[in-house]
Design a protein around this ligand. Structure first.
Ligand code: ADP
Length: 319
């Protein structure tokens, strides 16, 4: 009987639990034993593993966060740390590892594969910053959280006739700002992938104001800068009453959307299938609505392409 281990690593995202559930239940379906690793690579080095059964993933598909908890682990970035981890995996008799996480966690999985240990990555991050896949688990839920916040901020910014700058997560990726900005009808979207001109933005805000539009929403991706600084510049240059809201960690929590649950279920099951087929050093993704797998080196080497057409459309529609 094969033994598979699963861990969650790096920044958590809604839907990670649904992915853990899929790994555990599909592995058991295929006659495997499954071990959960607590606290990502930290727990792997410390030997913090426990056997999971069908019941241990009951009642979690709708929960945000991760029951296995997540951590960042500097020691795993060293060869010595990774050798300790492989040693632990061998002691427990584990044949393959599923890593649910983002870019950094995948680099860890890649290095583990280079040491000869079979590892498969499942993309769990709200940032949607992995180029090889159209969507990552948690992105859709985060978008809906941001959208909900935009609606609430719009109410008050309309009452007070204000400009609201809303800063969202995404690290160096502007996807949350772009998609939530488009869906929420933001007047301006500022992302790291596209140049912006604060004077041009201020001119537009003044023109809109003169036209009678008394409130505006500006979506700002955290990779560009701080919402308070942008807000101060706007205030100074336009004289319009402005406020900044930094949404922060609220974006990482919450019950996963239907889309994220379905995606996580498919991806978790696919990761198990790959390990059972004897494949290693792979990542799972979704491309053109189909679940795919790809070599992890290849996947990490792909340069991320920003959806400029969508950005242009958002700008045309926001008047
Ligand atoms: P995310 O997976 O969300 O991108 P991080 O970048 O923080 O999060 O990475 C999570 C963990 O993955 C790190 O704490 C570390 O243990 C491991 N990791 C990150 N980069 C590497 C690397 N280059 N080599 C080995 N392990 C890495």
């Amino acid at each position: 009987m094969k033994k598979i281990a699963v861990l969650t690593s790096g920044g958590d995202s809604p839907g990670m639990n649904a992915a853990i559930r899929a790994v555990v239940r599909s592995a058991i379906y295929h006659g495997c034993k499954v071990y959960g690793v607590n606290r990502g690579y930290r727990g792997l080095i410390d030997g913090d593993l426990f056997e999971m059964d069908l019941a241990s993933v009951g009642d979690i598909i709708h929960r945000g966060g991760t029951i296995l908890r997540s951590a960042r682990c500097e020691e795993f970035k060293t060869e010595e740390g990774r050798k300790k981890a492989v040693n632990v995996l061998n002691v427990f008799g584990i044949d393959g590892l599923v890593v649910i996480g983002g870019d950094g966690s995948f680099q860890g999985a890649q290095k583990l594969s280079e040491l000869g240990f079979p590892a498969v990555g499942v993309p769990g991050t709200i940032d949607n910053d992995l180029a090889y896949t159209d969507y990552t688990i948690g992105f859709d839920t985060a978008l809906n959280t941001v959208l909900d916040a935009i609606s609430k901020i719009r109410d008050t910014s309309s009452s007070h006739e204000r400009v609201s700058v809303i800063e969202v997560m995404g690290r160096h990726c502007g996807d949350i700002a772009l998609y939530a900005g488009l869906a929420g009808g933001a007047e301006v979207i500022i992302v790291p992938e596209e140049d912006y001109d604060i004077d041009e933005i201020c001119k537009r805000l003044i023109q809109s104001n003169n036209r009678g539009k008394k409130h505006s929403i500006i979506m700002l991706a955290e990779g560009v800068g701080n919402a308070n600084e942008i807000m101060e510049q706007i205030k100074e240059k336009t004289g319009l009453d402005s406020r900044a809201t930094i949404l922060g960690h609220i974006q990482r929590g919450g019950t996963p959307s239907a889309f994220d649950r379905v995606l996580a279920s498919q991806m978790g099951a696919k990761a198990v299938e790959l390990l059972l087929e004897g494949k290693s050093s792979k990542v799972v993704g979704i491309k053109n609505n189909e679940i795919i797998d790809m070599d992890i080196h290849e996947a990490l080497a792909i340069e991320r392409k920003f959806n400029s057409n969508l950005y242009k459309l958002a700008s045309i529609l926001a008047k």
